[in-house]
Write a protein that binds this ligand. Structure first.
Ligand SMILES: [Ca+2]
Length: 236
């Protein structure tokens, strides 16, 4: 009786262990966090097939900021050996956002199109390196706008509030000498775009010229853009 019960428990334990080892590592923290390859900063083990899921609430996107990345590179046939695949979405059919391997020589950031991002870290049978360490942030697209789209003609951004990765809720600007603020000193993030404020020529003589050219003086913040950066991981 005891033997049978023990066997049953052992079997359940084994099944659980198998299920857990095959389960992805989930990340749901609204404040974001850090994700690393297995055993980081030590070398990752060989023969890994390790999965991660970042799950943000509805209306949010995920921003990954790679702090360090080094894996085995391609083999003599030119096939990659160890790599990190980032899938933009929740299903296997979702497109691969990016496939990273080799050595990162400049900072890398990935901005998702979906609220869920899945990643898979693969290593082959020999040759290991430290792998990667990255930060993830989850961004509310209703309240946070992309700072990359915010440029002030004849002025500059002083500071931004609610900054997360390269997104913010509002920014305070000032104008260059000889230019005056119109529309207030603060641009707010509303529905994915910063509200328009602009710097206009101060001098009455120049005012008309400035007004004629006002369309060129507004903050160019409203142009819709793909949230994905064109950055690629430099390969060695
Ligand atoms: Ca390898």
């Amino acid at each position: 009786m005891m033997t049978s019960a023990l066997l049953k428990l052992t079997l359940i334990g084994l099944i659980c262990a198998i299920a857990v080892s095959g389960s992805p590592e989930w990340h749901n923290d609204p404040d974001g966090g850090v994700i690393r390859s297995p055993n980081y900063p030590g070398n990752y083990p060989n023969n890994q097939n390790y999965a991660y899921v970042i799950n943000a609430p509805k209306g949010y996107i995920v921003v990954l900021t790679m702090k360090s990345f080094i894996t085995d590179d391609v083999n003599s046939l030119g096939d990659k050996t160890d790599y990190l695949k980032i899938y933009d979405g929740r299903k296997n059919q979702d497109p691969v956002g990016i496939d990273l391997y080799g050595t990162m020589t400049s900072p890398y950031r990935y901005i998702s199109n979906n609220r869920r991002v899945r990643m898979k870290f693969i290593s082959d049978a020999n040759g290991t390196f430290p792998g990667f360490s990255m930060r993830y942030d989850v961004i509310n697209r209703k309240s946070h706008c992309d700072l990359e789209g915010l440029a002030v003609d004849h002025g500059a951004i002083d500071f931004c509030n609610g900054t997360k990765a390269r997104f913010a809720t509002q920014c305070t600007i000032h104008c260059d000498d000889g230019y005056q603020l119109h529309g207030g000193a603060v641009t707010h993030c509303l529905h994915n775009y910063f509200t328009q404020v602009h710097c206009q020529l101060e001098s009455p003589d120049q005012m008309q010229a400035g007004l004629d050219d006002v369309s060129n003086d507004v903050i160019k913040a409203s142009k819709p853009r793909s949230p994905r950066l064109p950055e690629q991981l430099p390969r060695k």
